[in-house]
Design a protein around this ligand. Sequence first.
Ligand SMILES: NC(=O)c1ccc[n+]([C@@H]2O[C@H](COP(=O)([O-])OP(=O)(O)OC[C@H]3O[C@@H](n4cnc5c(N)ncnc54)[C@H](OP(=O)(O)O)[C@@H]3O)[C@@H](O)[C@H]2O)c1
Length: 330
Amino acid sequence: MKTVRWGIIGPGNIAHKFADALRTIESAILTAVASRDKSRARRFADQYAVPLAFDSYAALAACPELDAVYIATPHSHHAKPTTDCLKHGKAVLCEKPITVNAAELQYLIDLAHQNNTFLMEAMWTRFLPIMETVKDWIDTGAIGEPRLVQADFGFRSDKKNPKTRLFNPALAGGSLLDVGVYPISFSHWVFGDAPVAVSGQAMLGDTGVDEQMCATMKFTGGRLASVISAIRTKTNGMATIFGTDGQIRIAPPFWQATTATLIRGKNQQTIERPFQVNGFEYEIMEVCRCLNAGLAESPKLTLQDSLGVMQTLDMLRAQWKLHYPSELKK
Ligand SMILES: NC(=O)c1ccc[n+]([C@@H]2O[C@H](COP(=O)([O-])OP(=O)(O)OC[C@H]3O[C@@H](n4cnc5c(N)ncnc54)[C@H](OP(=O)(O)O)[C@@H]3O)[C@@H](O)[C@H]2O)c1
């Protein structure tokens, strides 16, 4: 397999986890990093032995020595560097949620198609080995017909600084986009479709973003999903798929699970599939595989899938009248 030369834009919290995983992958090499601040780029480059350090995202996007770029900026700042990278023919793996809303994503999809360039949302949960087992159980009818999904992702942040990305509307903060996207994307994946109806309730905090929310999604045939997210309240992190003949429980936290349990009557079977590194290696390997196969998107997480999820997030925010400053300007 040809080695994919990677760049990272936005060397913050999550970029470290990504770099830790990437350096263990044979078909990938970390070649460049870009920060708005030269010394931050240099520090990250020194830590991970990265040859090129840029003090502008645009310079990295234009660098001819790269094949793929990982975008690890706050959600509000995904679309611009992704646009620049796609225009320069770079494959893009962009952190979740891939954009702030569906309109932004539709623009990027059109651009990726025009340039015949790869684009994928970094919804890493989808690529975990245990999810292959879960998919296999669903597809082989181990729980009969899947009817209901229940999933939650909530944690308690101390909110010392309301300007940080979790609480800041200018950075598209709030629980829905930050962590609600996991149970929502999971539900879309289980039912292999987007919902026909969505409704929800949210508690908007003093900065104007949702600090917690509950949502219900109705899929064709009466299949339902119930999801929770929170950034000021810790929840169990469970995902359960209920079928006509049994259920699948994905060990908390489900978004980084290594075990899942199949329950049929009194019979229980638990499967464990540990990570090679930290779980990020699987999405990176998927991008390398797709690029080597000449694919413009991953069949495991298509752009249409991500667009369906963004539409669900848009519908919920519309019900709560939660709009971000960048959306109000238009
Ligand atoms: N997959 C996962 O498990 C996971 C976990 C956490 C977060 N995420 C996602 O990853 C993305 C980044 O999250 P994070 O926690 O790593 O964020 P972060 O540390 O707060 O920010 C990441 C970097 O973005 C850059 N940045 C660009 N414009 C910025 C602005 N206006 N304000 C602040 N920073 C800005 C900064 O880099 P420079 O200033 O150096 O350029 C910063 O270090 C988010 O979309 C989030 O949803 C994913």
